[in-house]
Write a protein that binds this ligand. Structure first.
Ligand SMILES: *Cc1c(COP(=O)(O)O)cnc(C)c1O
Length: 351
């Protein structure tokens, strides 16, 4: 797509360095002797997350699915935030209940994306009334729909303690875990230290073409590997993908600070435009949402697309996401386009 593409960080294309690494990658059959480049990526990912082991998966969604399948027995339940990606996946019939007969209980998050441990306790107490056992609690970091808010290690530690005290395990859907690490200036390992498993996406802000990682203990990852086979995820010469992942973990993490600065600048500019409501100080990673007072998000999405600025209208708001291909100049250009669209919309409204 031409123009300035703020729809998602999934639109990022592999860098020249990644393409060279992919070309040169040493590969072998991942289902037979194992792929050497993928082994290297998995070791590097485990090291970055401070876990014993890690496993390449085809996508973040596959990662969250096989992670839950390995934690839960059929008939168990898991808790998700109602505004989380995993709740959305479940609503689309993509996964947990379909493949694992895992019940999905949705609890409301706070505006910052955090779940309340008391709500979880109440939901789990329902077990005594004959409901299924809650084996797993999932949290999202960064929390996509909550302005991409990063969730800090101290809160995660106390939350994990509450989850463990109640006899469940904690999984972190860290599709954008490295954005959280960069925004909070902590190692990614600190964000997952108290969890039982975590996933992250290689194909979002890290700019790889394909892939995700599930991380955890060696025994657990062996279980996840079995579940990956069951869903058809025993890929073969995966070194081609993994080579890009190694480049990403070595060279695409620190630069995310630029994406965060661009998102904040965009939010500050948007806040100056009449008809737009946004709190720029809430924008600390690469995702922002804003509301419109007079126009529908769908109309504005369409008008902006005609100006060459692409974004998504999502549940009553507009979402914009910065990433590797978005420059500070693009931010100023995008702001100019939003200004023009909002002015002409205001004119149309009065006509
Ligand atoms: C994108 C996303 C996923 C799914 O990742 P895919 O690689 O697109 O399957 C999961 N969780 C969150 C929070 C996401 O934003």
């Amino acid at each position: 797509m031409n123009g300035i593409d703020l729809r998602s960080d999934t639109v990022t294309r592999p860098t020249p360095e990644m393409r060279r690494a992919m070309y040169d990658a040493e590969v072998a059959d991942g289902g037979l002797e194992g792929d050497p480049t993928t082994k290297k990526l998995e070791e590097l990912a485990a090291e970055r997350l401070g876990t014993e082991a890690a496993l390449l998966v085809a996508s973040g969604s596959m990662g969250n699915l096989v992670a839950a399948l390995a934690h839960c027995a059929p008939g168990d339940a898991m808790i998700v935030g109602e505004r989380s990606h995993m709740a959305w996946s479940a609503d689309q019939g993509k996964g947990h209940s379909t493949y694992g007969r895992i019940g999905v209980r949705r609890l409301p998050e706070n505006p910052d994306g955090k779940l309340g441990i008391e709500d979880i306790g109440l939901s789990m107490a329902a077990e005594s009334e004959g409901e299924s056992r809650v084996a797993l609690v999932n949290m999202e970091n960064t929390h996509n729909q909550s302005d991409g808010t990063p969730i800090d290690p101290a809160w995660t530690a106390s939350f994990a303690e509450g989850v463990h005290d109640r006899g469940a395990v904690l999984h972190i859907d860290g599709a954008r875990l490295f954005n959280a690490a960069v925004a909070l200036d902590v190692p990614a390992s600190a964000l997952v230290a108290d969890a039982d498993s975590a996933t992250f996406c290689l194909s979002k802000g890290l700019a790889c073409p394909i892939g995700g990682i599930v991380a955890g203990s060696s025994d657990y990852i062996a279980e996840v590997h079995n579940r990956r086979k069951i869903v058809g995820g025993e890929m073969r010469q995966t070194g081609v993908i993994s080579a890009a992942g190694i480049v990403a973990l070595n060279s695409m993490v620190d630069r995310m600070a630029d994406d965060h600065a661009n998102a904040r600048r965009l939010a500050e500019g948007l806040a100056q435009i009449s008809g737009i409501s946004i709190e720029p100080e809430r924008v600390t990673t690469n995702i922002l949402y804003f509301k419109l007072s007079d126009r529908t998000p769908e109309e504005v999405e369409q008008s902006l697309a005609e100006e060459g600025v692409h974004c998504f209208a999502l549940d009553g708001r507009i979402r914009m996401v910065t990433h590797h291909h978005i420059t500070p100049e693009d931010i100023e250009t995008a702001l100019g386009a939003v200004q023009r669209v909002m002015q002409s919309d205001a004119g149309a409204a009065h006509a």
